[in-house]
Design a protein around this ligand. Structure first.
Ligand code: DCP
Ligand code: MG
Ligand code: MG
Length: 557
């Protein structure tokens, strides 16, 4: 049998998912809603609902009409404008991050964060008094030993899986993984209660929602007597689609592999995959790999189904890597150029509004607001519908096609109104890209359009320009060398529209290293584009450009 990847047990990473996030944003605004069954509507769907509504039988991604039938007294609020969810998400993220040493706090979407707290745990393990663990103090600030909270280090905060009593009578080795997890569970408890007290939002740590936390305790390896590890025992009965990191496309490929059917809706569990004859990283690579798939996907998924994920938690950025706005369209709504142009203007207005919110520094109220970053590329993506097959059935096409062009600098002009900017950008740029994607005047019918600004280049801070050369500007002047290119996404398994497709007008602000689960690789597949450094001639990929600029600026090269 293939070996299990080695877990990095030195690390302690906490994971938080906020409870019924969009619904909570409304509850924090209007606390009276807390006692009511509350559903958030986008298009004809309940995108989420509070736990009072869930108690009455409502659930996420249910049709509004079903929700009203099951619970006529449901309070429905519109959630198509994502602004307040984004703002709340950022606010909570900055709040949580302020506690964490080293800043390795990463947002995964709007309502999930991972925190690498290894350093804080190591330090606090060192503070434990083995003779009196019941009155321990967790120090939150190395510079001020009075900042922190007291806790009982003989038992876990929250629940454990499997269930475990406190261990006053069974002392643990202080440096053991289990003890480090125990200390971590208290930090998790503290962060969750601070978040609820200061911000009004509850969150779940690990599994078992809402407002709870669970630590999956060791042993993480199988016993010498053949007993299963706690990880395997916990994961094995889960349907593979439920595992974070396995999106609907990957899950579908795995189901087909294991059931031997060309299409399969059968429930396939982690155990089914793990014990499938010959299963291991090579077979997973063969099943899931291919053009467009992440490199080493076999190894990665093999790790994930064994509970091993050594992906680094990245330091959060204050600026997104790209901003994109998209909408989906019913059949026949986008089958002529005039409608396309009109919808593009709607999307582009949102895009400019979003840029002005996320990328402008308005803190300097003396002068003009300053752009903190300049995206370099404008990208248009569409998802055409498949033509009906001979039997009249229309399969779902999940592939997007896209075109990019240098972003016109006029978009940064703050004196011009958003409306007039959007019209001009659509006329002079977006429509040209559109014609290249869809040369035919008709005969297509688009299910989705997305407009995005990408290749974000942070503006050099004033202090970084000590050499007197604005290398960022020199790079920008090379935009003319940025040629257009087309990306045809890899052909995936066609599948029916699944309920986990995003609904509503979707605005995505991507932060570095968004979780990629093979579903959303529409945005991750743009090939890396290199630019020649105007100073040393090296070919620098976009993501490395800023580091390269700093390199030149610092040593005077
Ligand atoms: N969301 C969405 N479209 C989806 C899935 C989610 O718009 N297909 C939004 C609504 C959710 C938010 O993202 O509030 C977070 O997603 P979660 O899956 O974490 O769901 P909730 O936080 O709402 O509920 P839970 O308490 O189950 O985490
Ligand atoms: Mg959530
Ligand atoms: Mg979530």
């Amino acid at each position: 049998m293939a070996t299990v990847p080695v877990r990095n047990d030195r690390r302690i990473v906490l994971h938080l998912d906020y409870d019924c996030f969009y619904a909570s944003v409304f509850e924090v605004e209007q606390p009276a809603l807390k006692s009511q069954p509350l559903a958030v509507q986008q298009k004809q769907i309940v995108v989420t609902c509070n736990y009072e509504a869930r108690r009455r039988g409502l659930f996420k991604l249910q049709l509004i009409k079903d929700a009203k039938r099951i619970c006529p007294e449901v309070v429905i609020v519109l959630g198509e404008d994502l602004t307040k969810f984004r703002d709340a998400s950022k606010d909570i993220y900055l709040f949580i991050r302020s506690f964490i040493w080293g800043g390795r706090v990463e947002r995964l979407g709007f309502d999930e964060i991972s925190l690498d707290v290894t350093e804080m745990i190591d330090y606090n393990i060192g503070l434990l008094n083995p003779n009196d663990l019941t009155r321990s103090f967790f120090c939150l600030d190395q510079k001020d030993p009075t900042v922190g909270f007291t806790y009982d280090a003989t038992s876990f905060h929250g629940s454990t899986h499997p269930f475990r009593e406190g261990c006053a009578d069974a002392p643990r080795e202080l440096s053991s993984l289990e003890m480090r997890l125990l200390v971590g569970s208290h930090l998790m408890g503290h962060l969750r209660s601070q978040m609820e007290y200061e911000k009004g939002f509850t969150a779940t740590g690990g599994v078992h929602k809402p407002n709870q936390q669970t630590t999956l305790v060791p042993p993480y390896e199988p016993g010498s007597d053949g007993t299963e590890s706690n990880v395997t025992q916990f994961l094995d009965n889960h349907e593979i689609r439920k595992i974070p990191g396995i999106g609907s496309r990957l899950a579908q490929k795995l189901r087909i592999r294991v059931t031997g059917e060309s299409t399969s809706e059968k429930k396939v569990t982690v155990r089914d995959i793990r014990l499938y004859p010959g299963m291991g990283p090579p077979l997973l690579e063969k099943t899931l790999g291919g053009p467009g798939a992440a490199k080493g996907i076999g190894q990665r998924i093999w790790g994930i189904i064994h509970g091993v994920d050594n992906t680094e938690v990245l330091e959060g950025r204050d600026l997104p890597t790209q901003i994109s706005i998209e909408d989906s369209y019913g059949r026949g709504r986008l089958d002529n150029v005039e409608n396309v142009r009109r919808e593009l203007i709607v999307l582009t207005k949102s895009l400019i509004r979003r840029m002005r919110t996320d990328l402008l520094d308005k803190s300097d109220d003396k002068g003009q607001p300053r752009w903190l970053a300049h995206p370099r590329t404008l990208r248009l993506s569409t998802r055409p519908r498949n033509a009906p097959e001979t039997d009249g059935v229309r399969t779902y096409n999940s592939n997007r096609i896209s075109r990019s062009t240098p972003l016109p600098s006029s978009i940064f002009n703050l004196d011009e109104s958003i409306d007039s900017l959007a019209e001009r950008i659509v006329r002079d740029h977006a429509m040209l890209m559109f014609r290249k994607l869809h040369a035919e005047k008709s005969g297509w019918d688009l299910g989705l359009m997305n407009i995005a600004v990408t290749n974000m280049v942070e503006s050099a801070g004033d202090q970084k320009q000590s050499s007197g050369r604005d290398i960022g500007k020199m790079f920008r002047q090379q935009e003319s060398t940025l040629r257009e290119w087309t990306v045809q996404e890899p052909v995936g398994q066609p599948h029916e529209v699944s309920s986990d497709e995003p609904v509503g007008l979707e605005e995505t602000t991507e932060w570095a290293n968004e979780w990629e689960d093979g579903d959303e690789n529409g945005d991750g597949d743009v090939p890396l584009l290199s630019v020649e450094c105007p100073l040393c001639g090296a070919a620098i990929p976009h993501f490395a450009q800023q580091a390269h600029e700093i390199y030149h600026a610092s040593d005077g090269n």
